[in-house]
Design a protein around this ligand. Sequence first.
Ligand code: ATP
Length: 387
Amino acid sequence: MGELNLETLKKEFGEAGGKRIVAVEDLDIDIADGEFLILVGPSGCGKSTTLRCIAGLEQPTSGEIVLDGEAVTQRKPKDRNMAMVFQNYALYPHMTARENMAFGLRMTTDLSNDEIDERVVDASEVMDIEDLLEKKPGELSGGQQQRVALGRAIVRDPEVFLMDEPLSNLDAKLRTQMRTELQDLQQRLDVTTIYVTHDQTEAMTMGDRIAILNDGKLQQVGTPSECYQEPENQFVAGFIGSPSMNFFNVKLNDGVLVGDDFQVSVSDNINAELTHAGSEFVMGIRPEEILTQDKASGEDVFTVEINVVEPLGDVTYLYTEIGGSEATISVNRNTEIEPGDEIQISFPQDEIHVFDSQSGDALITRGTPASEDLASEADSSSTRSEA
Ligand code: ATP
């Protein structure tokens, strides 16, 4: 078992001037047994501190860490049955891979030498490093060292794996390969895993769910698709997705969202929802949802000049300016658009997100039904599924 609950977890640090830094603020997350949870957010948002509190390397200021129904907050790291994998591998340089993998077991368990050796050999097979067992870290590449570090975590047979940016020292190609391997490994071992990264591509591709932090506060927990399609606030909308969602200031004017250079007519339902909330908003649209040229249609079509064209092979990004804000449009790789071209675009109303301009909270997401009919249908189907 490895069900983990973070209950109102808080960690403050003191500063020289007596000021307190709140690194993690009242974090509540329930992680199911066997789940792969990604903890993501910008530098300094509190990811590592959260992981270190779970591991027992930091003592939380308040709150509880509960493993399988039992509070482990006061337990020493070695008594938590969790194994941590670090970005810098943290292998002992004077020991062979075999000794590095065995060391933790020798120190914290009363397993016999034969039992320890058996576990090391088993883990080395899982990580495909049988040939490296007699080598020291200095003789191994970064990728091989990370395999040994993962092997060292596996031999512990823990209830929870804690991984702090384990792939960020690897080159891009190896990182992509290890990303897939780690996902596969996690599924095979079926061990609850919390994986810290600042890389939103890792967040989107690796885990069952993502928890997004900013300034020590939890912004949203959900599947990658939920966080992408229905971000709960502007921070999540801008953080998840690459290139980022485009944002524009808009005013609601009689069923039409009016920006500096464009407008988007909205449905009666969206108009009613927004009218309750005020008159000035931030509108968001993802680069790939913007319609261009002959696909752009309706009365809200407008013209933009393309400043930069960036072909990436599989897709091409167009950069322009709309109402004084930079905007990115993603188009098919076969586009013939060139810098300086003027093209017609439109923002389809069922792809837009609308945020409160003060709080940043999402008022309309792609999941918001465009009409009353759809809204009542959604209501009755959710009532049906509850029943
Ligand atoms: P990164 O991706 O850069 O590693 P992070 O999201 O992991 O960042 P943390 O390392 O958890 O962020 O830090 C969160 C905040 O707590 C930061 O403001 C950091 O400066 C502060 N902090 C972390 N450790 C300490 C410490 N030991 N003493 C004082 N402040 C700390």
